[in-house]
Design a protein around this ligand. Structure first.
Ligand code: ZN
Length: 299
């Protein structure tokens, strides 16, 4: 009997040691939008499972979390926010009731730019606009590096046992994003000051980073008035622009009106794709070919 107990306690010690470090279950974290999942997955490797609140095809401007998502969030260790309007109601609810959830602003340290006055001055959340600063921070490899650093630090704080893994992955993706920035800089340099036309102004940081101008069809989060529409058509004609980019999450009738009036086309460009590195390359490609006027022309 005595022998059995000793064997049992040895087994227990063995099992407990297995449960620590890399034998533990991956840590579950939440993010708001798919591009953050790319960062979290790259940083976490197999040590982190990332859940996204605004899943593919959903519009973050009109998104509301389900009660199921709220209760799942309450059981999670880390929630990486990005500064979108809907997060306020979540963080207020959670901060009051949940003690051990870490709310991490993944954009901490990013210099925000204001939304341009013609597009968002009177915007409010009911119409899918934005007030104050431009929230679309993730479409810039420079901002993504800041986000990666912030998120890695939070993963280390929540799961210090795997610090070396998170730090190694941070170094890798920081190098990848720095390299991407150099490539995009080089590719976009010839188009300095040029305007590209979009429905919703999601590309402000991208435009600023590479010295381009984003011209939005949507005004203050709403479709433009007939007067605003004709002014925009006039500008697009002057710029000889034949392509209006639209994002798949939006109803884009007014973008089509503009495209028809300039004898151009609307083309999808998704600011929310999860593979944000691949997507930044696609965005660059589509914008440069729109500015070249080589592709996408009607007929
Ligand atoms: Zn937006």
């Amino acid at each position: 009997m005595k022998l059995h107990l000793t064997a049992l306690s040895l087994l227990l010690v063995y099992l407990l040691s297995c449960a620590s470090a890399s034998w533990a279950a991956p840590m579950e974290v939440y993010v708001s939008i798919p591009p953050q999942k790319w960062l979290s997955d790259e940083l976490g490797g197999d040590r982190v499972i990332t859940h996204v609140l605004v899943t593919k095809g959903r519009d973050p401007h009109t998104y509301e979390p389900t009660p199921k998502q709220i209760s799942a969030l309450a059981r999670t260790k880390v929630y990486f926010t990005i500064g979108l309007e809907f997060e306020k109601q979540i963080t207020q609810k959670l901060a009051a009731t949940v003690a051990n959830l870490r709310l991490v602003d993944s954009t901490h340290g990013i210099t925000r730019i204001p939304m341009t006055e013609d597009t968002h001055e009177t915007a409010h959340k009911d119409h899918g606009g934005h007030t104050g600063d431009d929230p679309h921070v993730w479409l810039s490899p420079v901002n993504l590096q800041i986000m990666a650093k912030e998120m890695a630090a939070a993963l280390v704080a929540a799961d210090p046992e795997n610090t070396t893994i998170y730090e190694r992955n941070l170094a890798r993706i920081t190098a990848e994003l720095a390299q991407l920035h150099l490539v995009l800089q080089k590719e976009l340099a010839p188009y300095k000051g040029a305007a590209f036309y979009v429905f919703h102004p999601s590309f402000g940081y991208f435009a600023k980073e590479y010295n381009l101008r984003q011209q939005a069809v949507e005004i203050a989060g709403k479709s433009p008035s007939p007067r605003q529409l004709s002014a925009l058509i006039g500008m697009a004609r002057q710029d000889k622009m034949k392509i209006i980019f639209v994002q798949p999450q939006f109803d884009t009738k007014s973008a089509q009106t503009v495209a028809q009036a300039i004898d151009g086309i609307v083309e999808p460009l998704d600011p929310l794709a999860e593979d944000v590195v691949g997507n930044l390359k696609i965005i660059t490609e589509k914008i440069t070919s729109a500015l070249n006027g080589k592709e996408g022309r009607k007929n």
